[in-house]
Structures are given as C-alpha cells and as structure tokens.
Design a protein around this ligand. Structure first.
Ligand code: COA
Length: 443
C-alpha cells in the first residue's frame, strides 16, 4: 500500500540506526534529504549510503556528527572535504559489485531507500529515469521505499521500472532535475581525443565516462560508422553522434541497435532524448559493469582516465597521495572487460600534466618538482598513500597529448621508456634519471 504524503511525513519512516540509500546525480532527491536533515536532532547514527549525489549534502555539516554518517562509493565535490576530515567515509568497491552489498546478509543491508521516479504509467509503472545504476538493487532490497514522483523524470527503458505498489511513501513533486553542461575540450584534450580516436574502428562498442576527454574522443569520431555504446554512463556528447547516424549499435554483439548504460548525466535536452526512447536501455550496474558482459562485445573500447601513472604502469585514478579524490568507479570493470573482449582495447587517457598551486615540499621519495605551475602525471613512483586503482598488469594502452603507448607484454624497462616518451617534454629528463635510480633502466 502506498501512502501519498508530503516530504515531512514521508521521511518519518527513517529511524535512528537505520541504513539509508540516497541515489545520485540528476535525480538526487534533495527535498527528501532536506526533510530528513530537518529531523536531525531526533535521529542518531543514521548511515547514509551515497551514490554520487548532486546538490547540497546538509548531513555532512559538522553539527550532525553522531546523527548522520555518510558512506560514499564515489567521492564527489560536496563530500571531499568531509571525507578527508574524517566526518564521512569512502567505501572502495567496484561499481559492478554494489548491488551485492544490499542483499540480505550482505555487508550493507538497507532499511530505507530514497528514490526519485516518473509518475506511474497506465499500468502503474514508474521509471527510475536517468539513474538506474545501483538504485535498481536498492529498490529491490530495501525494507521501505520513499519516492519523489516527478513528471520531469524521463521514462527510461531497461531495468528502470518500479511498480507504484512498491513505493511505501510517495510525494508528488514537480521540480527540475540537476543538469550538467558539457565541458568544451581544450587543445590538450582535443589532442588526446585524436590519439584515442585512432584506436577506434568502425563497428566498435564504446565505454566513455564523463568530462572533457570523452567529449574530445567523440568529436574525433564523426567519420566512423556503426559505433555502439555500452558503458556505465553517457552524457550529451553521445547525442551528436546519434543525430549524425554514427552511433547506431548495428554491429554490437549484444543489445544490437541499443545504447546501453546504467546512468546518464547531462542536460534537459539529453533527458528529453531518453524519454520513452526504445533505442536506450538503462540497466542495473550489475549488468552493464560485469566484466563477463563487457567481454562479449567484439571490438570493445573502454576509455578511462587517471590522476597519476608510475613508470611501470600502475594507475592511481582516485586519490592525490592520501587525499581521497574520487573512487574506483567502473574503471577496473571496464578495463578488464575490454581486455578480455575479442579485439578489445582498454585505454587509459590522461593529460601529461596537472596544474598545481602548491610549491613542492620536496620530501617525498622520487618527487618531481613542479615546473611553471604544472606537475607531471607520469611519475617515477606513485605519491606515497596513493591508491592503485588499476594494476600494471591490467593496463594496455596509455594515451597523453604526446601520443599512445602499448604496455601489454612490455618489460618494466620498456614500459618506463614508453611512458617517458609520452610525458611532458620538460619532465622527460628527470623521469629518465629517476628510472635509472630505481633500476628500471640500466646503463
Ligand atoms: N597531482 C596533483 N593534482 C592533480 C593530479 C596530480 N597528479 N592530477 C590531477 N590533479 C588535479 C587537477 O589539477 C584537477 O584540479 P582542479 O580541479 O583544481 O583543476 C583535479 O585534480 C582533477 O583532475 P582532472 O584531470 O581534471 O580530473 P577529471 O575530472 O578528468 O577526472 C579522474 C579524472 C581520474 C579523477 C576520473 O576519471 C575518475 O574519477 N576516475 C575513476 C573512476 C573511473 O575511472 N570511472 C570510469 C569512468 S566513468
């Protein structure tokens, strides 16, 4: 039985000590979050499992320590300071695995799930819209489900449907979804996109994340034919290639003719494209990110990024030293899946440098001092405390604006030489010196 009510009544279902799922990105249910935090004084030890939420996260305020504790599987901008101050927690986990956390007897069974859905159709089915991801499993396993029912949520196809009878509490809501505008690539990103584009053949199936590099890659593909999309997410950049007839999915080994992802982040234009569009299927993250699914696509190309890569090919994509920056995400799911796919290409694409405002303390082993406000992302060894997101045995192609190298089957010395060749020119000589000191290279 569904109780239709206001937000204040709906969030009464949350009790002290409960474990609560809060979905993220464009459909983050901010009115429910605000109503919950409005009850903060009477609640203790509510654990909030966050999946990349957008907008304000008032439960992170220091005054709510002991009342709310956020655990997130991916550290976004709003959570970064709280995580690194110890007021919230980061949970390293492959995105493909998150649904297994929620099963009865699993490590994080859920008492309550907050969701935001489209209004029920004539058969009583609401849709999770652009955020199916782990929200699907949260709806399936949580003891109680509380929903904002919003006509602006697009009715997506796939694993997105939730019958209205599954909603314990429902609140009518009519408010805009969070939007993310596309970032125009700069010259460096366009160069990276051009190099990555050279590795993508007609008929390939692509996984691209969000951000300027994926947009730059898509811009390099306008003359390709019959590309397919199978990823954890996509954003507005994909629309242009659909409209030009480049993305058709016609040669996909599975889900032929369909764009498949688990969540979508973008503008209203993209949400309108998703609405009741049978070309797009949003599936559970347990399906999209399962390496056993990904490996079935002939010519699967996975493009992921990194913060640092060491001279042997170890990749850090989630922390800057000990400071947690983002999360494991789907990186290993897709790098491994693409490596196993017939003619698959796992690609790590990153700018050779990053901006820094800090002067180097110079006290880290093999630390390369910044030059002209830039640090090298290709480093002799990862900054102590960095998380290894992708191991060196998983890495195949590495691309910077200076070119592409292939590390699979290469020795440590060959890797060091290759990676130095695509580092920024001003860092190549100190990198080479460090490689000798580390006994990666011998005279
Ligand atoms: N040292 C110091 N600072 C660094 C750095 C380094 N080696 N590398 C990056 N930074 C800084 C940048 O200068 C930038 O700072 P700013 O925000 O002040 O400009 C910030 O860190 C982010 O770097 P950027 O290159 O802009 O990151 P991005 O938005 O392109 O994201 C990842 C790159 C690696 C963080 C992101 O792809 C990620 O989270 N990956 C893990 C999950 C994943 O791969 N999922 C699958 C695809 S969806």
């Amino acid at each position: 039985m569904t109780t239709w009510c206001d937000t204040t009544t709906a969030v009464q279902v949350v009790k002290s000590g409960d474990r609560l799922f809060v979905p993220g990105r464009c459909t983050t249910p901010t009115p429910l979050i605000e109503a919950l935090v409005g009850r903060g004084e009477e609640l203790r030890d509510v654990e909030i499992l966050d999946f990349m939420s957008f907008g304000p996260a008032p439960y992170l305020d220091p005054r709510w320590v002991g009342h709310f504790h956020m655990r997130t599987v991916f550290v976004g901008e709003s959570a970064r300071a709280a995580i690194n101050a110890g007021r919230a927690s980061y949970v390293p986990v492959f995105l493909s695995y998150i649904p297994k956390l929620f099963v009865p007897g699993g490590p994080f069974p859920l008492d309550v799930a907050f969701i935001q859905v489209s209004p029920p159709d004539k058969h009583g089915y609401c849709s999770l819209g652009p955020s199916v991801d782990a929200t699907r499993a949260a709806v399936d396993y949580a003891q109680q489900v509380v929903a904002l029912v919003n006509p602006r949520v697009p009715r997506t196809h796939g694993d997105s449907f939730v019958h209205v009878s599954r909603l314990d509490y429902a609140v009518q809501w009519d408010g805009p979804l969070y939007e993310v505008e596309r970032q125009a690539p700069d010259q460096t990103q366009l160069e990276i996109g051009r190099h990555v584009g050279e590795l993508i053949e007609d008929g390939a199936t692509l996984q691209l994340g969000i951000g300027a590099i994926p947009h730059a890659v898509l811009q390099a593909l306008t003359d390709r034919r019959d590309l397919g999309v199978h990823g954890e997410m996509f954003s507005d950049g994909v629309l242009d290639l659909v409209e030009r007839g480049v993305i058709t999915g016609a040669r996909k080994t599975r889900d032929r003719g369909k764009i498949v992802a688990s969540f979508v982040v973008g503008t209203r234009r993209l949400m309108d494209f998703l609405d009741d569009n049978p070309m797009v299927e949003l599936r559970s993250i347990a399906y999209t990110n399962d390496p056993q699914t990904i490996r079935q696509f002939d010519h699967m190309v996975a493009v992921n990024s990194a913060l640092q890569v060491d001279l042997t090919g170890q990749v850090c994509a989630e922390s800057i030293g000990t400071a947690q920056y983002s999360g494991v995400g789907g990186q290993i799911d897709f790098m491994r899946g693409a490596a196993l796919a017939p003619h698959g290409r796992p690609i790590l694409a990153l700018p050779s440098t990053a901006r820094t405002t800090k002067a180097s303390a110079g006290n880290m082993p093999f630390e390369l001092p910044p030059r002209e406000g830039q640090v090298s992302r290709i480093v002799p060894i990862l900054t102590p405390g960095s998380a290894v997101t992708t191991t060196r045995a998983h890495v195949h192609y590495v691309v910077t604006e200076y070119g592409t190298v292939m590390l699979l089957g290469r020795s440590l010395a060959e890797r060091a030489r290759s990676l130095i060749a695509i580092a920024a020119p001003q860092f190549r000589e100190p990198l080479e010196r460090a490689a000798y000191e580390l006994h990666l290279l011998y005279r």
